[in-house]
Design a protein around this ligand. Structure first.
Ligand SMILES: *Cc1c(COP(=O)(O)O)cnc(C)c1O
Length: 480
């Protein structure tokens, strides 16, 4: 048997190679990890592109060691490390090691979760995790759901299910109500579904950046008076910028009065389901028709790991299609494809499974609680510092702030803060995010690393101050 050309396949004949190559990969990454000294090295898009454009894909690089050292050069050396305590930019979590153990099995065994006959136990592991999540949400018997590629896909599917309830209403009469701070995937989903451009009606927020329920009620009345059908109200449990949690109980009541589907986008706040100290912040989530949970945000899981969970499992039939070659109606098998927008689908659920089996849920919740505590501490530091402004009290683990010492105009702050963010990245010691609040430029710390401390954040603030003085020395002299 010609084994050499086939030595790359995952196969018992190659079990030694399998272990050897993966161990080398682990050693390479472990060695690299020990040397990481900051969240990134500040590479520009041009520098990153140049390294990769030069690679000739028709010529293999050589043996494993050659490939790994090339990988360091074109990727690892300049990549962004979410485990670094001064990485505080986007909603990326550092990942837990049990999930990485799971990832090994996800990729190697390569089950596909579309049908039972491609997955067997995996189908039931996924179902058990969905039931567990539904239980934590407070859904009763009859609830169901499915893992998805991310919150965007979960939100899209939720809106598809909502539209299912409004069959027969012309697309241009359908409306979706959501707060002005909700995630852009709501708009994108509406567009993908062929709804009209003005289908998504945004509802203003209150002083705490939560959906204003009085305004929601007025919007519902207005739609009704105009002969429009509100097919869904989308509440957010943890907005991307402010972590604000919309008042779900009141929203459910208002939506229910018009027969509208209520979806809760808990992509960010979902981690509170495991919080020993803050589960009550999700009060009312059990009244939703559907919920988005991103395990790859606040359950410390690697991308992708997400789910849509619905109160009434039969509503998932909206996305069911029977194909003779895959999931014929006669099969009577527990085929997850009947509930999913995807066909071939990764066994991402296994990562969460191993995490729960090894760590337990309380520790995940503890990690999330720790970063929420940190955000509250850091907000106090920002508030007390005359060089900075705080946009709002933190709700979860984000702190929206800007550099604006006394006497600096809003428009100068608008120019300066995005530059500060860029310079901070270029320096390689820390990373923060940028956003706009009421048209003005702000910076944002997104804190998801339970190993980060207030001292780390103070160092970021001090670095920003130093950079600001370097950039803006003349302007500052004028005001002092
Ligand atoms: C991140 C996020 C999403 C999108 O989730 P992906 O997993 O990135 O697709 C949706 N809603 C909210 C509130 C989010 O924070």
């Amino acid at each position: 048997m010609p084994t050499r050309p086939l030595r790359h396949l995952f196969h018992p004949a190659n079990a030694d190679d399998y272990a050897d190559i993966l161990h080398r990969g682990i050693d390479h990454l472990g060695d690299h990890l020990r040397e990481v000294t900051g969240p990134a090295r500040g590479a520009s898009p041009e520098q990153a592109a140049k390294l990769i454009d030069d690679i000739d894909l028709d010529e293999p690089a050589g043996e494993v060691e050659d490939v790994l050292s090339e990988l360091s050069r074109v990727y690892l050396d300049d990549t962004v490390w979410f485990h670094e305590p001064m990485y505080a930019a986007h909603l990326n979590c550092p990942v837990v090691i049990p999930a990485l153990l799971g990832e090994l099995f996800v990729s190697s065994v390569n089950s596909s979760l579309d049908t039972f006959d491609q997955s067997v136990g995996a189908t039931y592991i996924e179902r058990h995790l969905i039931d567990w999540t539904a239980g934590r949400i407070g859904f009763g018997a009859g609830s169901d759901g499915v893992f998805t590629s991310g919150g965007s896909q979960s939100n899209l599917q939720a809106l598809l299910l909502a539209r299912g309830r409004r069959r027969g209403v012309p697309a241009d009469r359908l409306r979706v109500l959501t707060s002005q701070d909700s995630h852009f995937s709501v708009q994108k989903s509406a567009r993908l579904m062929g709804l009209s451009d003005d289908a998504v009606v945004t509802v203003p927020t209150d002083a705490a950046r939560r959906m204003d329920v009085a305004a929601l009620k007025r919007a519902l009345e207005t739609c009704d008076a105009d002969g429009l059908t509100v097919m869904a109200v989308v509440a957010t449990a943890g907005t991307t910028d402010f972590g604000a949690i919309d008042p779900m109980r009141a929203i459910a009541q208002a939506a229910g009065a018009y027969g509208a589907w209520m979806h809760v986008d808990a992509a960010y706040g979902g981690g509170l389901l495991t919080s020993p100290r803050r589960r009550h912040l999700l009060d009312g989530i059990e009244l939703a028709d559907s919920v988005t949970i991103d395990y790859h945000k606040t359950f410390f899981q690697p991308v992708s790991s997400s789910a849509i969970v619905v109160r009434d499992g039969s509503t998932l039939q909206e996305v069911t299609h029977h194909a003779d070659y895959l999931n014929p109606r006669s099969a009577q098998q527990p085929n997850q494809v009947d509930k999913s927008l995807q066909t071939t689908r990764r066994f991402d659920a296994l990562k969460l499974w191993i995490t729960l089996r090894l760590m337990g849920a309380d520790q995940i919740g503890d990690y999330f609680d720790t970063v929420i505590d940190l955000a509250q501490d850091v907000a106090e530091v920002v508030r007390a510092d005359r060089g900075f402004e705080l946009a709002a009290d933190p709700s979860l683990s984000t702190v929206v702030f800007r550099y604006r010492p006394l006497g600096m105009s809003e428009s100068d702050a608008d120019d300066l803060n995005p530059r500060l963010r860029q310079e901070l990245y270029a320096g390689g010691r820390a990373m923060v995010a940028g956003t706009k609040v009421d048209g003005r430029s702000w910076l944002k710390l997104t804190l998801l690393n339970p190993m980060a401390t207030t001292e780390h954040m103070v160092e970021i603030l001090d670095t920003l101050r130093t950079l600001a003085r370097e950039i803006d020395a003349p302007a500052l002299l004028e005001v002092s």
